[in-house]
Design a binder for this molecule. Structure first.
Ligand code: GLC
Length: 451
């Protein structure tokens, strides 16, 4: 059987507000994405995953939806979505949308509709669950005289997925977008949709739990599965038996592993060991919720950035680039008075505008631009840039079936070197500060090669 497109794909995540602004209002929009399709086609990506395009009061920048069937005016219109789908298709690219089914906005008409009370999760007395953004996950609603659940901000009431009307409504929403020609969805908070029916208290954190849990003081056993699913065996279960559940589930243990041969190898090999045979891995280094990898794991070092990207694009699995990854864009230190995010720790630094030119190419953007030394125009003109390197590796991946479907086989290698075979091709990465000999050649510190 033919391998499905999304297994071979390089997906490109577009954070719409900060990608490209076609009308100069300081906010990226759908027309801006259409304008950049030639660039994305040149880069060689197969599909774009767009952050939510739907209507939202923007308490959590689109992740609080008040209408699932229309477009947020600042982004454009349904016609623009349709045009984007057609224009992308003409270049052989697909469009994937972000679906936010765990919660709506508190401004969604459903939330105020007495006939739809049971579409949300209510309690007379809150349990101990805490919100991912800090503070209790329950807020008292005067009109209803009960508490409603919000695993994120108070403006994001959780839907009750035990209710079949909710499920049926989402089936219709999916159909609405599939009929327009989109290729699929990234599901927001897929690990949180189903809550414990009895709303039991969460157990306290245990020694050895990851820091992300310690911050909350409790294990999200009854409201969220594992946060971001840091446990690979649990992750494997999201695929069901192969692909009867999720097609892809982000591998956060890989994302957060240090750029060290032993650590990365270990995650990849454990993933391979626990996944059901048909389950397909997906690798990602940055997204709109976490600090950008060139800063977080590479300390800005261009050699390290290339190594990380080379692995991302040559491992067995789907690869996801976050906008800016392809130019090695770094995390931006957004001054306190310019921050716009609801989350306590702040995610603005990974959501700043994409630098298209050496002056950014934006007028008065909603978030400040960071350093623009790494920008698309200059890197495109420089054959030795990170951007051209990424483009070359993507081209190789597309033209060589080894990289699309070949197995991953780890190879013996000296300390600090990560080497693996994909079919007839070999990838070698020297992830150390010393030159290292491998199979008759010497790799400089932080040098990668494909043979
Ligand atoms: C996911 C999204 C994040 C959002 C949250 C609530 O974690 O990636 O951006 O804030 O869900 O919808």
């Amino acid at each position: 059987m033919d391998q499905p497109w999304w297994q071979k794909a390089v997906l490109y995540q577009v954070y719409l507000r900060s990608f490209a602004d076609s009308n100069g209002d300081g906010v990226g929009d759908l027309r801006g994405v259409i304008d950049k399709l030639d660039y994305l086609d040149w880069l060689g990506v197969d599909a774009l995953w767009l952050s939510p395009v739907t209507v939202s009061p923007d308490k959590d920048w689109g992740y609080d939806v008040s209408d699932y069937r229309d477009v947020q005016p600042v982004f454009g219109s349904l016609d623009d979505v349709d045009e984007l789908i057609v224009e992308a298709r003409e270049r052989g690219m697909r469009i994937v949308l972000d679906l936010v089914p765990n919660h709506t906005s508190d401004r969604h008409p459903w939330f105020r509709d007495p006939a739809k009370r049971d579409w949300y999760v209510w309690a007379d007395k809150p349990n101990n669950w805490v919100s991912a953004f800090g503070g209790p996950a329950w807020t008292y609603d005067k009109q209803v005289g009960r508490y409603y659940l919000h695993n994120f901000a108070p403006g994001q009431p959780d839907l009750n997925w035990w209710n079949t009307e909710v499920r049926d409504e989402f089936d219709r929403i999916l159909r609405f977008w599939f009929d327009r020609g989109i290729a699929g969805f990234r599901i927001d908070v897929a690990n949180g949709l189903i809550k414990d029916k009895e709303l039991r208290d969460n157990p306290p954190v245990q020694r050895g739990d990851p820091p992300v849990l310690r911050r909350f003081g409790q294990r999200p056993t009854y409201n969220r599965g594992e946060t971001w699913v840091m446990d690979l065996e649990r992750l494997a279960r999201f695929y069901g038996t192969g692909t009867d559940q999720l097609h892809l589930a982000f591998n956060f243990p890989y994302t957060f592993a240090p750029l060290e041969a032993a650590a990365l190898r270990d995650v990849v090999e454990r993933t391979q060991a626990v996944f059901p045979p048909e389950a397909w891995p997906v690798w990602m280094l940055s997204n709109h919720d976490i600090p950008r990898f060139p800063t977080r794991t590479c300390g800005g070092d261009e050699r390290k950035i290339r190594c990380a990207l080379l692995a991302l694009l040559t491992l067995r699995g789907t690869a996801v680039l976050y906008q800016g990854d392809e130019i090695g864009l770094e995390q931006v230190d957004v001054p306190l008075d310019r921050r716009r995010d609801v989350e306590v720790e702040g995610r603005d630094g990974c959501r700043t505008p994409m630098p298209w030119t050496s002056d950014g190419g934006w007028s008065d953007p909603w978030l400040p631009l960071g350093e623009t030394t790494r920008n698309v125009e200059d890197e495109r003109a420089d054959p030795k840039s990170i951007l051209n390197f990424v483009r070359d590796v993507i081209a190789l991946r597309r033209s060589n079936a080894d990289f699309q479907s070949g197995s991953y086989e780890p190879l013996e290698a000296p300390d600090g070197v990560w080497a693996y075979r994909r079919g007839d091709s070999t990838v070698v990465l020297n992830l150390s500060d010393e030159p290292r000999a491998y199979e008759g050649t010497t790799l400089a510190p932080w040098e990668g090669a494909i043979n």
